[in-house]
Design a protein around this ligand. Structure first.
Ligand code: LLP
Length: 429
């Protein structure tokens, strides 16, 4: 059963009941590209971007805004290319992500660089690419950035990422805006650090930034954080430091099961209300909301394993492919992809992978009519899924496919055994 049709970028074929993404049968994708396999809907990606962009456009009074897609959520080049073509900017957290954005044709002048441990080499790369802004997270980072900019003879545009001390009320592992987090600069210290920044020769202050956490289903904490950073921008203005943009980060949650989440229009209106007549650009750093429900993970049932207390469905995807259930106790819907079967009877299963860890459970206690060889789709697997995958147990990383109408294109090959051991082979001297 799909909790709320339309949310997850898949639907049932009306006659046969087989699961489809756009005009393609997911069983056909599994047969053609193998499993496990991530599949993304181009239409769902575009529509998620347009929904957010339209909400921001409708709310503003001619105010410029820029969506900086958080690359960490899904960094496949095909997805970056698509967002670049839609006019998106990018929020990056490493030199690797910058290289991906550039490779995908993204505009460096729309790139903001977040993260609390930027190396001098990463700063150099980003300064040479002439990115829009560094979100600076500490005083030592500010000094290092100034040094690197001096050496290159260029100016570094910065925001401080401040920590507004607002409880995002999300899972502790993905909550970042509280005092005790490693992220950002304490709100009370922010003005002093900005003052310090004005004294540095090659630093130019252009913004104020924060990010309080991810998968928020209520926008109240986000609104609160926004009010705090707008007040900070006002304090800066009183000292003659005028910022060009204000950014409340990412964090907009999606529906994984049946939960209500943030209404984009309401959130956009609230952001606009906080900004009022101030002449600043609004930036956002959304990740999950743009890609999360545009993707599924296809996996084949290897074995149906009844035991005394529980039934296990052993599938060919595992925690190395999708770590969210193991790491955050995250819920992902699991549905059979096959057509309706008159003879099908459901049993309750724990859906598990082959990895040698008891934590390798992708879903607990799900009612499924499954047989060996059937394909399941794990839903909401567009964000923080493939990007967090690993080779644990020397498993090959999955293939990725993009669906567009009735065509399906491979956008990342399944890894081969050569990929697995290539970097370890002894070099012939
Ligand atoms: N900006 C910054 C500075 C961030 O650290 C993040 C996410 C975002 C933006 C994007 O947040 P979003 O709009 O996607 O919520 N692996 C976890 C999520 C970690 C999020 C890390 N930071 C998960 O699977 O739930």
């Amino acid at each position: 059963m799909i909790a709320s049709p339309g949310t997850f970028s898949v639907h049932r074929d009306g006659v046969a009941g087989a699961l489809m993404m756009e005009g393609v049968l997911l069983d056909d994708i599994a047969a053609r590209f193998g499993t496990p396999c991530f599949v993304y809907s181009k239409a769902a990606l575009v529509s998620a971007y347009h929904r957010l962009d339209a909400a921001l456009r409708a709310a503003r009074n001619g105010r410029p805004h820029l969506i900086c897609y958080a690359v960490k959520a899904n960094s496949n080049l095909a997805i970056l290319r698509l967002f670049a073509a839609l006019g998106s900017g990018f929020d990056i957290v490493s030199g690797g992500e910058l290289m991906r954005v550039l490779e995908a044709g993204g505009d460096p002048r729309k790139v903001v660089f977040s993260g609390l441990g930027k190396t001098a080499a990463e700063m150099r790369l980003a300064l040479q690419a002439n990115i829009k802004c560094f979100n600076v997270e500490s005083e030592s980072e500010l000094d290092r950035l100034n040094d690197v900019a001096v050496a290159l003879g260029v100016e570094a545009r910065i925001s401080l990422r401040v920590n507004p001390d607002v409880d995002a009320k999300t899972h502790p592992y993905i909550s970042t805006g509280l005092k005790n987090n490693k992220f950002g600069i304490a709100f009370d210290r922010a003005i002093d650090v900005y003052r310090r920044a004005t004294a540095l020769s090659h630093i130019r202050i252009v913004g104020v930034d924060c990010h309080i956490g991810s998968q928020l289903t209520d926008d109240k904490p986000l609104r609160e954080a926004m009010q705090r950073i707008v007040a900070l921008a006002d304090s800066l203005a009183r000292e003659g430091v005028m910022v060009h943009h204000i950014c409340p980060g990412g964090g907009i949650g999606i529906t994984y099961k049946d939960e209500d989440t943030i209404d984009l229009k309401g959130y956009a209106d609230a952001l606009e209300a906080s900004l009022g007549a101030r002449d600043v650009e609004l930036l956002l750093e959304p990740g999950r909301v743009l890609v999360g429900n545009a993707g599924v993970l296809l996996s084949r049932v290897e074995f149906v394993k009844p035991t005394e207390n529980k039934n296990f469905l052993v599938i060919d995807a595992a925690m190395n492919d999708l770590i969210r259930p193991s790491l955050y106790q995250a819920h992902h819907e699991v549905v059979m992809t096959g057509p309706f079967r008159a003879d099908a009877s459901e049993s309750v299963y724990d859906v598990v992978g082959p990895v040698c860890e008891s934590a390798d459970v992708l879903a607990h206690a799900r009612s499924l009519a499954a047989r060996q060889g059937d394909v399941v789709a794990i839903l909401s697997a567009g964000a923080y899924a493939f990007v967090m995958s690993s080779n644990y147990n020397s498993r090959l990383r999955a293939a990725e496919v993009m669906v567009d109408g009735d065509s399906a294109t491979l956008i990342r090959k399944r890894e081969s055994f050569d990929d697995l051991v290539g970097l370890e082979r002894l070099q012939s001297s």
